[in-house]
Design a protein around this ligand. Structure first.
Ligand code: IPM
Ligand code: MG
Length: 359
């Protein structure tokens, strides 16, 4: 029996997570696995109910689970709260930090059926299969931040970007290990022509790379990488980078796959893995059942693969998603001109049908 903590969160979080859970149940049934789903509050929903975006109970449940499946947090309703009570900083970032999740894996794989759905040319995106390895508990997100009043009026607002050798080493090793299971190439992304933390990053990644002589290592400035991602994305296998660069580049890379609604993620490195779609809470879409559930569903597949070691079950979900896309189902974010989109529930129904058919 596997214990899975389910944290739907805010905005479209609850509706897409409900579908991811249905799909995990259906694959569990097929393979005779017993999943126990235990729901808890996080983000704005937790703030409203308990006064805090990461209640102690939720953290306890996550720590005692085999894996955590999370929807999304945040929304305009909570934007005025003090930083430590906001869904993003007080909820999601605290959860990542508390669970020690220093790696965020964001695979960007272009399903053949969706090559036409990307705003980029099909010949550019066809065959793209890359993995963003984003550092998740350091950098600008967690560095000292403050404001101070200036004598002549106005304020100075400060964020700091720091990385220790140990923080860089462990994420670099993770990236090299991943590349060893893929196409043996790591691109480390930094801004070493300007930032001291990036010069350190480059030195430490280079040194770690010597432990992996079979893996090709290249370094790329982040501005160039942003350009290369849309110009020639097939050159990339594994991209490893600091927290904020990874946040930005992964949103950008998601467009290769057709939509941000396609991009799953796994946060690893601690005792319990956390799985969440890379998109946000999309408050404008919330409650309408129009959001694409696939990022959440594929996050569920990553959960099976990485935390529960259920590879066949994960493959089954991924194949079912590919098949449903081949058969033409599209949610609004991917919809083709003149064709009616399916809604969140209909997309999931089709995936469940395919799972039943998979051999
Ligand atoms: C993401 C999101 C989060 C981040 C936000 C919601 C705090 O954008 O997971 O990429 O910036 O890490
Ligand atoms: Mg982001």
């Amino acid at each position: 029996m596997y214990q899975i903590a389910v944290l739907p969160g805010d905005g479209i979080g609850p509706e897409i997570i409900a579908q991811a859970v249905r799909i995990l149940k259906s694959v569990g049934q097929k393979y005779h696995r017993e999943f126990k789903f235990n729901e808890a509050l996080v983000g704005g929903a937790a703030c409203d109910a308990t006064g805090h975006p990461l209640p102690g109970e939720t953290l306890e449940l996550c720590r005692n689970s085999d894996a955590v499946l999370l929807g999304a947090v945040g929304g305009p309703r909570w934007d005025k709260l003090p930083v430590h009570l906001r869904p993003e900083a007080g909820g999601l970032l605290s959860l990542r930090k508390e669970l020690g999740l220093y790696v965020n894996l964001r695979p960007v794989k272009v399903f053949p059926a969706l090559a036409e759905a990307s705003p980029l040319k099909p010949e550019v995106v066809t065959g793209v299969d890359l993995l963003v390895v984003r550092e998740l508990t350091g950098g600008l997100y967690f560095g000292k931040k403050y404001r101070e009043s200036l004598p002549g009026g106005g304020i100075r607002a400060v964020d700091t970007l720091e990385y220790t050798t140990a923080e860089i080493e462990r994420i670099a090793r993770f990236a090299f290990e991943q590349a060893g299971r893929r196409r043996q190439k790591v691109t480390s992304v930094d801004k070493a022509n300007i930032l001291e933390s990036s010069r350190h990053w480059r030195e430490v990644v280079t040194a770690a790379g010597r432990e992996y002589p079979e893996i090709e290592l290249e370094h790329m400035y982040v501005d160039n990488c942003a350009m290369q991602l849309v110009k020639n994305p097939r050159q990339f296998d594994v991209l490893v980078t600091e927290n904020l660069f990874g946040d930005i580049l992964s949103d950008q890379a998601s467009v290769l796959a057709g939509s941000l609604g396609m991009l799953p993620s796994a946060s690893l490195g601690g005792s319990t893995g956390l799985y969440e779609p890379a998109h946000g809470s999309a408050p404008d879409l919330a409650g309408r059942q129009t959001a694409n559930p696939i990022a959440a569903v594929l996050s569920g597949a990553m959960l099976l693969r990485y935390s529960l070691d259920l590879k066949d079950e994960a493959d089954c979900i991924e194949r079912a998603v590919a098949r449903v896309l081949d058969l033409g189902a599209r949610t609004a974010d991917l919809a083709e001109e003149g064709k009616a989109p399916v809604n969140t529930i209909q997309m999931s129904d089709r995936i469940i049908e395919q799972i039943a058919r998979e051999s």
